[in-house]
Design a protein around this ligand. Sequence first.
Ligand code: HEM
Length: 153
Amino acid sequence: MTLRLICCLCFFLAAPLSAENSVPDPAPAHPELRPVLDDFGGMPGLTALMDTFMEIMLEDPRLRPFFEHTENDRIKRQLAEQFCVILGGDCVYTGRDMVESHNGSIIDRADFNALVEDLQIAMDRHNIPFRSQNKLLAILAPMHREVITPKAE
Ligand code: HEM
């Protein structure tokens, strides 16, 4: 009897809590994009891409302030993992969710656009086909909701 009561209580308490606390998946997987992952050169290609991407951001006065004092080896690794999962790879994303990852900085729409621009430059340098670049960017675009600081829009 006591056990049944505890089970009922757990159900009613857990359901609303989990709904309220649910955050969008930081790496929504798209298995159909596996051929796109091949265009990126799989995980090794993504790892090399992140080196170039971070170099470009650190040379960009719009973005350097965000990344000059951060743990960039970890960020690059987590970005590569995240993109690999998004593109349907057999990878695991070990980073934090997007809100938690970004709530230490004030990020506005111009910052977001600058980062996307630098990612495009990095992808061009790595000869990623335009079509595949756009597939990835289409998935990243709606993430602005979790990345841009509320009221900084
Ligand atoms: C779709 C766009 C974006 C994606 C997918 C993304 C993804 C990520 C990921 C995976 C991490 C590492 C997570 C972790 O620490 O566990 C991260 C960290 C970070 N991102 Fe982003 N990001 C995006 C946009 C931006 C923008 C626009 C900025 C600022 C201009 C930014 C600044 C940062 C900073 C400063 C960190 C390090 C935070 C820290 O270590 O405390 N990100 N991001």
